[in-house]
Design a protein around this ligand. Structure first.
Ligand code: HAM
Length: 436
């Protein structure tokens, strides 16, 4: 009796994820190429970390009272009982590697870059997904403001090269454990009389992590922050000098920036400089593709220590690949194709013709001639129809007789003129025709 199969599907990709189809690949290839070329030129080496990490790594570094840890992590228990999380970002894993691999023993600073998928359970919209990709850079082991500026310079030149030229940075300083506590107290004092007007999340944040109030997307909370005190007015001398020096470097590099005293970013590990790269209002990008920010980052001088390493400074940023592509498309930026269009179609007829065709295909590849085929079809008519559809200039036909005689037929598709050529010099002949 025939086995009964229950019909299942059709399946759909999970919400907030995307298939990168072949026609999209040129954009991805372009970004990978530009990022790696520029990162290498600036002295960064590529690093790849696992997609899963111990959940506690992110809880401790990104911060318990952040949206990422509270609401957006894909966390699960393994069969062995461990709690693992799909990485929502790349900095904490790199800090973990720095400690685990004893990178403090390498010449400092250690400069690393990465490109890869990240996961956040967010409400999907244009430029916001649940599986998305970041490219990012980190400089670990250097506290000088020149390294903040150098990472920003690299961000800037990468986006210029991608053709997204009309951008600027919003910058702020979040101070350090010396100067931040006093500011935090002042911020609490500012918000306390307004508690009733805050969203429920912010009421809780006020107790746990008041800086996060400045990051709330709720409209009422946004209005309330307008008169909130500024951290840059409370910086200690060292943080003040550091910030001034970063801005002087940006001036020297002629990189445009805007001070945004309320910029805190959504992760808790930042100290001193924070920044976000954004499109300028006259960037020419239509409303639907006006993504929030292209990328963001900052300094994290306490992160390595927080994760159990020695007191080691760091600075870096990450940018969204999907967001960059969205903007490139909106600006009409053309990208080179990944696989060249085929110029030649290789048709075969009969057993011997078919048997020899795979070898010929490889000969054509070695000669650098992009070639198409349809080895599953046996009728010449059907194969030539495909050749026609592909718009190739020349079809090569290898029939039983030609294969026996050591020849091949070269057919010019436009005129239909055919010529028999010895297999020994068909590449040479073909190249001549293609030149025409
Ligand atoms: P982040 O601001 O959370 O920073 O993310 C950096 C960039 O990733 C964003 O500016 C955005 O372009 C992209 N991105 C974030 N979430 C999504 C999403 N749901 N869908 C699409 N794109 C998204 C970090 O992740 C830090 N690790 C950056 C850093 C590196 N700081 C220091 N070093």
């Amino acid at each position: 009796m025939a086995e009964k199969t229950k019909k299942i599907g059709p399946f759909q990709r999970p919400k907030g994820t995307a298939d990168i189809l072949p026609e999209e690949e040129p954009y991805w290839e372009r970004i990978r190429k530009v990022v790696s070329a520029f990162a290498h030129a600036y002295g960064f080496s590529r690093i790849e970390t696992p997609l899963i990490e111990e959940s506690a790594l992110f809880e401790r570094s990104v911060g318990e009272a952040t949206d990422i840890v509270e609401k957006q992590m894909y966390t699960f228990r393994t069969r062995g009982g461990d709690s693992l999380t799909l990485r929502p970002e790349g900095t904490a894993p790199i800090a973990r590697v720095y400690i685990e691999e004893g990178m403090a023993n390498l010449p400092q600073p250690v400069k690393l870059y990465y490109i890869g998928p990240m996961f956040r359970y967010e409400q999907p919209q244009a430029g916001r997904y649940r599986q998305f990709h970041q490219f990012g850079v980190e400089i670990i082991g250097e506290q000088d403001s020149a390294s903040d500026a150098q990472t920003m310079q690299l961000f800037w030149v990468i986006f210029q090269e991608l053709g997204i030229k009309k951008i600027h940075f919003e910058v702020n300083s979040l101070g350090c454990p010396q100067c931040r506590p006093k500011y935090r107290t002042e911020l609490k004092e500012y918000y306390r009389p307004k508690t009733a007007k805050l969203c429920p999340d912010c009421r809780r944040r006020l107790k746990e992590n008041p800086l996060r109030l400045l990051d709330c997307k709720n409209e009422r909370c946004q209005e309330l922050k307008a008169n909130a005190p500024h951290l840059i007015d409370h910086l200690c001398q060292e943080c003040h000098n550091h910030f001034t020096s970063v801005l002087e470097f940006l001036d020297e590099l002629e990189i445009p920036y805007l001070l945004n005293p309320h910029l805190v970013r959504g992760l808790d590990y930042y100290t001193k400089t924070v920044f976000e790269g954004k499109l300028l209002s006259d960037s020419g990008v239509e409303e639907s593709a006006r993504v929030q920010e292209l990328g963001g980052g900052g300094r994290y001088d306490k992160l390595i220590e927080l994760l159990g390493g020695k007191d080691t400074p760091g600075v870096g940023w990450a940018a969204g690949v999907e967001r960059a592509i969205l903007v490139m498309k909106a600006l009409g930026i053309a990208v080179p194709v990944v696989t060249p269009e085929p110029k030649v179609f290789l048709a075969q007829l009969g057993d011997l013709g078919k048997k020899r065709s795979l070898k010929l295909f490889e000969e054509l590849r070695r000669a650098g001639i992009p070639v198409a085929e349809s080895f599953g079809r046996s009728s010449i008519k059907a194969q030539l129809r495909i050749a026609d559809k592909l718009g190739v200039a020349v079809a090569l036909i290898l029939g039983q007789k030609e294969a026996l005689d050591g020849n091949i037929i070269l057919r010019e598709m436009r005129s239909g003129v055919q010529e028999i050529i010895p297999l020994g010099r068909f590449i040479e002949e073909l190249k001549k025709r293609l030149k025409k």
